[in-house]
Design a binder for this molecule. Sequence first.
Ligand code: NZQ
Ligand code: ZN
Length: 386
Amino acid sequence: MNNFEFKNPTKIIFGKDSIEKLENEIPKDAKVLLLYGGGSIKKNGIYDQVKTALTKVEVIEFGGIPANPEYAVLMDALKVIKDENISYLLAVGGGSVIDGTKFLSAAALFKGDTPWDILSQNIRTEKGMPFGTVLTLPATGSEMNSGAVITRKETKEKLAMGGPGLFPEFSILDPQVITSIPRRQLVNGLTDAFTHVLEQYMTYSVGALLQDRFAESILQTIIEVAPKVLKDPTDYQAASNFMWSCTMALNGLIQKGVPNDWAVHAMGHELTALFGIDHARTLAVIAPSHYKYNFEAKKEKLAQYGERVWNITEGSMDDKAYAAIERTEAFFNELGIDTKLSDYTKDYEGTAEEISKRFTDRGWLGLGEHQSLSPDKVEKIVKMAY
Ligand code: NZQ
Ligand code: ZN
């Protein structure tokens, strides 16, 4: 096992009707900016629950943060924060609203002139404006980590940021919120969380037995609850296991002491930036090709995953590893997720070259657990995913 340090300060408040506990978490003298997305919270009752819990503090609202949170919209929110002397941020939404709020937490205290530098120059945020979240969509794990991904339409960029100052102070997870989530977003959530685990697991063995089994148990739980959640989103047991699995998939725990990959996300983010494809779907497009291309380096873990997670017991290590990739792609397909870029756009010619060039320009010359995935390899993987 590799050396590691682990600190996660986010308080999780989990369970039925937990949104009412919001009242206890926000300082009474705070001036709060409540941030939300396109308005789903006004239809499903979450907004009313939040407002009821906030009657004792001063609240201003900012809605309209789109999926793949857009820099230009967030700059409008930043103006509100400054003009209104906001002291506390509250995100009510999925990964996009929470990530947008993390950007604002950083930008509100940023000393430079151009907040985009936080993303383009990868400036770590050591201290941000305090914020909490009410999660409405299990998927990204953003509710319990310190990372965010922000989109800029103007330049078709989607860049990540983070730092120890960007953990939410608290996150409220009421699994009942999933009853109003459209099927498309439910399968996105299942796929995103599943791939988060793969990114931290599908590398090479360092004898970290517990981390491997944490990862495998999250994958097994997602596989088990996926059909139940899709069949009946009011099934509370399934919803609660789904929600907690998504959080555990990316709260830092399973990545400690083991090598991490994250190249699937790096490539996937470009597909969202270029074509607007839902984040989770870009991962399902890239992952099978990535694992096939890097088969030799990853086959030991692929075979272990095939055996332990999918019960693939026949054949050699190579056979099991290959079958595990096929089974993963079939799982995404069974959820209703297409796994080829050409399923999403007719304009895919030249995409691989474009992404490879972007990575070269950014100096991303060696991604993955061996820091050896060079832009020419990225080009080949993206082409395999056409
Ligand atoms: O905008 P509203 O009206 O809220 O509707 C949203 C949105 O249209 C809707 N929705 C959310 N909760 C709902 C609901 N509809 C009905 N009932 C509810 N309870 O779902 C749609 C998608 O929401 P979004 O927040 O965009 O989805 P998700 O949570 O999948 O977040 C995706 C974003 O997170 C980033 C992605 O890149 C993408 O920008 N990620 C963030 C990560 C992180 N911070 O750790 C890691 C991930 O790998 C990912 O990159
Ligand atoms: Zn993701």
